[in-house]
Ligand binder design. Structure first.
Ligand code: GLU
Length: 435
């Protein structure tokens, strides 16, 4: 199995560049949020038990040929939280700190995300414990193709449909689609979404999550009576979600005053010229060093005096420790799970209007759904059609959640949960228990 030579099989990962993220266990957070909603809904205890745990978990350990001829064994997960409303769906992340509990939480959040938006999927998520920046393109391709093969026993266009997430991209999806298609003997574009346009990707998918964040943020500002032109914004994370959110909010007239990436952040209270910043990042690979800005850390950025804060990086960023110092009027969760339940309570008390992840960042999965439908029909829509359908769904979901918030006297996260959990519970109840 090893290539020529006597290179040892190594199960050790190279030392992580960043330390393991601290903070509460994400799965416990997800369960606590669910329990609160179940309590408010007075949910049947049997249905509660069913929805509280993921239906399927696959853990894989798989070898990959490295460029130096050695073999390394990587660990990956695919979790399918709920299969009652249709096939499962959700992204795949590559990160050195990925844990099974994190993937379980993310899969559960996907279930609620689909249910609040009204799309016919259950939640899933995948992850590989890897530092992608330490791998060459060839190594990443080998890893992706082998991981796809390992999880191919549970994915498929009618079963479970992966998509990009943290540190994965259209290229990752192209390798996954090709690997799956090689196994079946014909092209199966609908097995993944977030693909390049040339192999059945959708117009508007790349910016869809950011576009969705922009739409609900503008809706929230409108409800609060704050014009976009009087709005300042800080965005934590300048990847696919953060950069498009910043660009589109800037286009709406908001002043983007701070952005950050894994290396740190930049701040200028007068506002950043976002188109120039995007060009700078393309050239330099980081926001750091952009002219006429002062540096801030990722944590300092969260506490800046701004109208809107968009956490669009990783989970567990706003916790009991810093929630009291958040000065934003609106928090729009571009990332999944950036806020802990304790922080939710503190910010609610302080009058912060929070748009929860399962609503705020649902634009990505919405256009993923459009991509899947287009692939299955082999009939493709224009960018304009996509943007209009996306805007309609995001606005409708925001309005529905806002109404529930007012009717039930809860915060926006609980309102979204109440809507989502009751939809999934109705499906579970209707299908009943087999056998
Ligand atoms: N990873 C994205 C999310 O968390 C997109 C998943 C998808 O498109 O299926 O929503």
């Amino acid at each position: 199995m090893a290539r020529k030579g006597t290179h040892p099989v190594s199960t050790m990962t190279k030392p992580a560049a960043r330390s393991v993220r601290e903070g509460p266990n994400e799965f416990e957070t997800a369960q606590r949020q669910f329990d609160r909603a179940a309590e408010i809904l007075n949910l049947d205890p049997n249905i509660r038990c069913i929805l509280r745990t993921p239906q399927r978990i696959l853990e894989v350990h798989f070898p990959v040929h490295m460029d130096d001829g050695s073999i390394r064994v990587f660990t990956g997960f695919r979790v399918q939280h709920n299969l009652h409303r249709g096939p499962t769906k959700g992204g795949i992340r590559y990160h050195p700190d990925v844990t099974l509990d994190e993937v379980k939480a993310l899969a559960m959040w996907m279930t609620w995300k689909f249910a609040i938006i009204g799309l016919p999927f259950g939640g899933a998520k995948g992850g590989v414990v890897v530092e992608p920046e330490r791998l060459s393109q060839t190594e990443l391709e080998h890893l992706t193709r082998r991981f796809t093969t390992e999880i191919s026993i549970i994915i498929g266009p009618e079963r479970d449909i992966p998509a990009p997430d943290v540190n994965t991209s259209g290229q990752t999806m192209a390798w996954m689609m090709d690997t799956y298609s090689m196994h079946t003997g014909f092209s199966v574009p609908a097995v993944v979404t977030g693909k390049p346009l040339s192999i059945g990707g959708s117009e508007g998918r790349l910016e869809a999550t950011g576009r969705g964040v922009m739409i609900v943020t503008i809706d929230a500002l409108q409800r609060l009576g704050i014009p976009p032109t009087e709005t300042t914004v800080a965005v934590q994370g300048f990847g696919n979600v953060g950069s498009h959110t910043a660009r589109l909010l800037h286009q709406e007239g908001c002043r983007i005053v701070a952005v950050s990436d894994v290396h740190g952040g930049i701040y200028n209270p007068k506002g950043l010229p976002v188109p120039e910043l995007l060009r700078y990042v393309q050239e330099h690979g980081t926001v750091l060093g952009f002219p006429q800005t002062e540096s801030v850390t990722n944590m300092e950025l969260l506490e800046l005096p701004v109208t809107v804060l968009v956490p669009a990086a990783l989970g567990n960023q706003i916790t009991a420790e810093n929630a009291d110092r958040i000065r934003a009027r609106v928090v729009s969760e571009g990332a999944n799970g950036p806020t802990t339940p304790e922080a939710d309570a503190i910010m609610h008390e302080n009058g912060v209007f929070l748009i929860p992840d399962i609503l705020a960042n649902a634009g990505g999965v919405t256009v993923s759904y459009f991509e899947w439908v287009q692939d299955l029909q082999q009939f493709f829509w224009t960018e304009n059609e996509i943007d209009q359908k996306l805007a309609h769904i995001m606005r409708k979901s925001f309005a529905k959640t806002y109404a529930t918030m007012e009717n039930r006297g809860v915060d926006m996260r609980m309102a979204a949960y109440i809507e989502a959990v009751s939809n999934v519970a109705a499906a579970t109840d209707a299908r009943s228990i087999y056998p």
